[in-house]
Design a protein around this ligand. Structure first.
Ligand SMILES: NC(=O)c1ccc[n+]([C@@H]2O[C@H](COP(=O)([O-])OP(=O)(O)OC[C@H]3O[C@@H](n4cnc5c(N)ncnc54)[C@H](O)[C@@H]3O)[C@@H](O)[C@H]2O)c1
Ligand SMILES: O=c1ccn([C@@H]2O[C@H](COP(=O)(O)OP(=O)(O)O[C@H]3O[C@H](CO)[C@@H](O)[C@H](O)[C@H]3O)[C@@H](O)[C@H]2O)c(=O)[nH]1
Length: 330
């Protein structure tokens, strides 16, 4: 039985669907802080299977323990966490408490119930800012905001835990920039308010809810001066988790993988791909750089390919199509 924390969220729900499609038994835990219970209905509508759902907060250690009492959990995929960089700068303690304390609770209960397999949602944000590209798993680590610090601290906690008990199987997955949605249009990313991230923002402009995209700087040393990132389809990301499950089933150890495509696209290249894929014009204005942004980020994907057999399948046009396919309906 696989426990998915944060399983009604954006990446967790896509992973839940893929695991059910592979006939895995899953349980979903979420406190619904940033997602809705109806996601469980959507997962059922897509797969024909209704996963068991617990509305529990990771900070509620007794509630958490109850799940492990009632079910034989062999493995945890740990998505649950807060992820807004700007909010984490304004409210660091909220992030440390939710993400770090929540993870400590989870690990303590896992250890108590002898569950020693965990796949953790880390982020490319754990790589320091001045870097040679592409980023390999051995690139230097460093963080620039409290959100990133929670990811790095949790990675370090998991490294220490593995060092203390080599029976653990830990996979640290460093996601690059997930976009796209399931082709059913039933699950996807639907942030409240004004989005921070590029693709949700473009979708709101496409819908007419926002007048134009603000492009944060066009004077970077990139193909057209705008920031370059490694966008990956959420379906590919979900597949990376299925492959990681296969890894922890058969191995103990601590494994770290980048999940990206290895290709970088600039903001204006994404805008252009979106316009072509969906036949919608996106107005934009060039504004000043956003504090904390770097010019270029993209992954070296060789390790995930060699050790997990993971290779992203979707291209940027398909990602733009599927993002809009979902956003236009929600
Ligand atoms: N989306 C990205 O760009 C991105 C990039 C890198 C890493 N990540 C990480 O991947 C994970 C999943 O991201 P996502 O985009 O699906 O985010 P999301 O917000 O859609 O999903 C996270 C889920 O966790 C739940 N949650 C938060 N705190 C909880 C708690 N204390 N107890 C129980 N549930 C809790 C939320 O309600 C939400 O449903 C996060 O850990 C995030 O930091 C995301
Ligand atoms: O309104 C916008 C939003 C973004 N951008 C630019 O678009 C690119 C992508 O930005 P965004 O979608 O915010 O992603 P990142 O800044 O790369 O950060 C995301 O990707 C990281 C790596 O996974 C995660 O750690 C972060 O949490 C997540 O927000 C950057 O060049 C931004 O400057 C704009 O020009 N205008």
């Amino acid at each position: 039985m696989i426990l998915i924390t944060g399983g009604t969220g954006y990446i967790g729900s896509h992973t839940a669907v893929k695991l059910l499609d592979q006939n895995e038994d899953i349980i979903i835990l979420d406190n619904l802080y940033n997602s809705r219970a109806e996601v469980i209905d959507s997962i059922e509508a897509i797969t024909g299977i209704r996963p068991k759902f617990y509305q529990i907060d990771l900070l509620d250690i007794n509630g958490l323990e109850q799940i492990f009492k009632e079910n034989k959990i062999d493995c945890v995929i740990h998505f649950a966490g807060l992820k807004a960089v700007g909010e984490s700068v304004a409210q660091p303690l909220k992030y440390f408490n939710n993400n770090i304390t929540g993870t400590i609770n989870l690990l303590m209960i896992m250890q108590k119930y002898n569950c020693k397999k965990i796949i953790f949602s880390s982020s490319a944000t754990v790589y320091g800012t001045t870097q040679e590209m592409p980023l390999t798993e051995n690139s230097p680590l460093g963080v620039t905001n409290p959100y990133g610090r929670t990811k790095l601290v949790i990675e370090e906690m998991l490294r220490d835990l593995y060092a203390s008990d080599n029976e653990f199987a830990v996979v640290l997955l460093r996601y690059f920039n997930p976009i796209g949605a399931h082709k059913s249009r039933l699950i996807g990313e639907n942030p409240n308010g004004i989005p921070n991230n590029l693709m949700p923002y473009i979708c709101k402009v496409a819908k007419g809810e926002l007048t134009h995209l603000n492009v944060f700087g066009n004077d970077y040393d990139t193909v057209d001066g705008t920031g370059v990132r490694d966008y990956i389809h959420v379906e590919d990301l979900a597949d990376g988790h299925v492959k990681s499950i296969n890894k922890v089933k058969n191995n103990s150890g601590l494994f770290t993988y980048n999940l990206g495509t290895g290709n970088g696209y600039s903001v204006l290249q994404v805008v252009s791909a979106f316009e072509k894929a969906n036949n919608i014009k996106i107005s934009y204005k060039i504004t000043t750089r956003r504090a904390g942004d770097v010019a270029t980020v993209y992954a070296d994907t060789n390790k995930a390919e060699e050790e997990l057999g993971f290779k992203a399948q979707y291209n940027i046009n398909e990602m733009c199509r599927d993002s809009w396919n979902y956003a236009s309906k929600h």
